[in-house]
Design a binder for this molecule. Sequence first.
Ligand SMILES: [Fe+2]
Ligand SMILES: [Fe+2]
Length: 285
Amino acid sequence: MSIVGPQLASAASDLVSTPAFRIGSEAHKQAFCGMLLETFNPYKPAVIDWPELAPDALARLTGLPIWTIAVETEDKASAHIAAMARVTADPLLRQALELMAFEESRHRKVLDALIMRYGIKIDPQPYRPDARTLWNFMSTGYGECLDSFFAFVLFELAKRSGFFPEELVETFEPVIQEEARHIVFFVNWAAYAQANTPWLKRLAFAAKRLAHLALNGIARIGVVPEGGDNFAVHGKESVGVDFELAAFMDLCLSENTRRMALLDPRLKRPMIMPRLIKTARLFMR
Ligand SMILES: [Fe+2]
Ligand SMILES: [Fe+2]
């Protein structure tokens, strides 16, 4: 059930020679919405063939402290993105947002199926978003940019460590690649929206982007519990490897590059985390 199929790779390489566009233009919008819509993976959570787990692997899986947070994060994301779709007038943008909301609710279904199959106990709080639709959407978008950066590498480490059977890890490959698509869509949506905001309001929009980035970053280093969805904080202990920090950072960068290379090269990519890690890396051996 791998999403990293030949169509996706060749779709990306075909586009290398396609001329670039102005950020905020109709061609830009077509490209980032097209990237999301054309790389949709029609997998069905209900037919996932969950592997039988040995008692030790089962205990490791059910004992992970991430399941309630993971479920709540998917619920929040689908609610925030669906709400944004409802207030979006442009038909193509709305269609892309609706697809993204559908994919988030499908992540929840994958988790539900896993939780049922292995008897995992969770205690998620029901979530109803408030009326700050744009704020919530941007919070989810920047949150995903940060979480996905670490999810890419945790996924790779889970594969390498053999902490869980390969068939189980592979089940999450489509979910991880979907998040790569989402964050590329999101940063392009933000750049497009900002470019199309009248210049007086543009400053406020830019400030809002910065605020979200800062809030999400602060929440994830554990200073402020912003909604408790700090997957990045909880994840590293979950894959069963004790990894030297510099090597971990290098793997973060190479996994990010690998995931991003699968998507339209003309589009913007989330740059804050790769730049931060690259800069920090300059001061390390
Ligand atoms: Fe998700
Ligand atoms: Fe997502």
